[in-house]
Ligand binder design. Sequence first.
Ligand SMILES: Nc1ncnc2c1ncn2[C@@H]1O[C@H](COP(=O)(O)OP(=O)(O)OP(=O)(O)O)[C@@H](O)[C@H]1O
Ligand SMILES: [Mg+2]
Length: 338
Amino acid sequence: MLAKEITPKAIVDYLDQYVIGQDEAKRTLAVAVYAHYRKLSALGGQTDMIAKSNVLIIGASGTGKTLACESLSRFLSVPFVTANATSLAQTRYVNEEIEAVLQRLIDKAGGDVQRASQGIVFIDEIDKLKASTGESNTTSGESVQHALLKIMEGAPFKLGADRFIDTTNILFICGGAFVGLDKIMSRTHSFGFIATSESDNKNILDRLNERVKPTDLFEFGLIPEFTGRLPVIARFGELSREMLARIMSVPKNAIYHQFREVFRAEGVELVVAPPVFEQIAEIAIEYKTGGRSLRGIFEELMTPILYLVPDHPEIGRVEIGSLFEAPRYFKRPPEARS
Ligand SMILES: Nc1ncnc2c1ncn2[C@@H]1O[C@H](COP(=O)(O)OP(=O)(O)OP(=O)(O)O)[C@@H](O)[C@H]1O
Ligand SMILES: [Mg+2]
């Protein structure tokens, strides 16, 4: 099931190529996933002996939660789908929606139900399942939690008339921003009082304080049975300006590399100086959508240049030194023109 060379460290090394920062969370995720698939292969068919360790990812919007899970499933080459808890709650027929999610997982596995039953399902916006909305044609968050409980725990799930998928070995990763959880934690975690001075035990205290307890989630609005099925918790932190700047230029598929390729196809070299990434990061912080707004801002910067370049074959190089200065265009040597 899981190749020998796939260790938690190998998983983290792979994630490092795509997900900037979030080191602690990447390690937690890697160990959880590793343990899950190792247990599957060690116990063979006797899967009823497995205590499942589904994972909860807590982190603000645009901090890399979906990106990390997607990268993870690509590395493990297991089928992966994402579902949205909010849309599960917006229907009266939760089970039909869940069936559709599992059906998508089977499609991702090329129709192979067996392979699908060892895949990963990522359920986003799980934090939106707290209170009932009161609308009659929707299902309350609480009953969606109950419906999800069943498949997370593992059970044969009926697909259409005569087919079943066993969800016992599917790894469920739930994600959510949990806005307001910090407030609950600052009330329920009293470790802070041990601190005698600002700096001395800050590291240990930070770690203790950052640990989310099941009771915090309960107070937030998840039912105890549900929090009990999510023993592993990974927290994705806010992205700093420096991290945001790196997201644009460091990962393998970073947007800067993508645009350099586009320009190279025109025979033009694109050079964006480091301060530009920092300036864009600054703007992204104000938008408060994590890494999500970076692409839009960067594309806006590129639009006028991409508009101009194809009509000017004499341009061989474009340099952008700052968001507040015009781009500089350089002629290519005459013999290089085609
Ligand atoms: N840590 C990160 N490293 C690299 N890129 C990131 C990171 N965080 C965010 N991004 C960029 O921002 C985009 C959005 O991130 P992602 O979809 O992972 O957010 P999310 O945490 O799942 O947010 P939401 O809660 O809104 O679903 C990604 O496609 C990626 O380009
Ligand atoms: Mg997401």
